[in-house]
Design a protein around this ligand. Sequence first.
Ligand code: MTE
Ligand code: MO
Length: 315
Amino acid sequence: MSNVIIRPDWQLPDSRITPERAYRDRRRFLREMGFAGGGLLTATLAERAALAAEAKGLYPAKRNIAYSPADLQTSKERAFTTYNNYYEFSTDKEAVVDRVDKFVIAPWPVKIHGLCEKPFTADAQELAAEFGVEERVYRFRCVEAWSAVVPWTGFELRKLLEKVQPKPEAKFVKFVTAFRPEQMPGVTRLRGYPWPYTEGLRIEEAMHPLTLMATGVYGKALPKQNGAPIRVVVPWKYGYKSGKSLVSIELVAEQPKTLWETLSPEEYPFESNVNPAVPHPRWSQASERQVDTGDRIRTLPLNGYAVQVGSLYKK
Ligand SMILES: Nc1nc2c(c(=O)[nH]1)N[C@H]1C(S)=C(S)[C@@H](COP(=O)(O)O)O[C@H]1N2
Ligand SMILES: [Mo]
């Protein structure tokens, strides 16, 4: 470097940027962005390209067969990724995918903070690279009685929580989605909603190895409509517990107020475990419609994860 004119990376032809340097500078850039708490406007095209290139290296990830039952057949990718609940964009499930263009997903600082010893902020892609990602095939059950079998790519939330060292008084984890009305065309029509989209888990639920931070699906980085660049996936709970496009993961002492519970506590209580025996006030939860085949199948207690998580709910 010493005998060349030092210019910013984006003025150099690609061939002159060594991957290591680009990577190191990118990490520093993202760290600074993270601590500055924003920086959307300063993201350069070169930066976005670097992120995309690195994200590509993570997918497809190796499938963890211990968490991917052999008898589960994944739903068709197109069916799952074009039928979305993401109210910040639209309440029409088939329209969400066409309304996400303006949503900027890199850089993406995520704050992991609250009642812990070592809070930090890191970019979503950095988290994926740091903790390492794997593929897991999970059942996914929406409270509206449709379902899918989804090959997520991600890492266990507990790894992230262990890193920040929760304090003993941390009893819940609060998840907050980005809120950017100028990029999210659905929110203007839902002005009365208690935005941002907020969800929560008990800390024991958040620490369970099934609870995944997903950064990819179907062997690729998450598409925007499915919660890019990072979301939580809690496979034994109704889908609304799995908040999308998270910007904050906070350890708290009190049960957090969630968007859906605030709107309608009888219909969408905090715990919201999949339970075929307890109907929604307006419909049965005994069965579910598979999103790709349209077939109806029986809903399983705890969405088929009773062996793994049942002990969390023993009275
Ligand atoms: N921020 C945010 N997260 C969200 C939602 C939402 O509207 N906004 N919808 C929830 C609901 S009801 C479901 S069923 C799942 C749908 O996820 P998918 O579109 O990837 O299938 O996301 C959940 N997470
Ligand atoms: Mo849902």
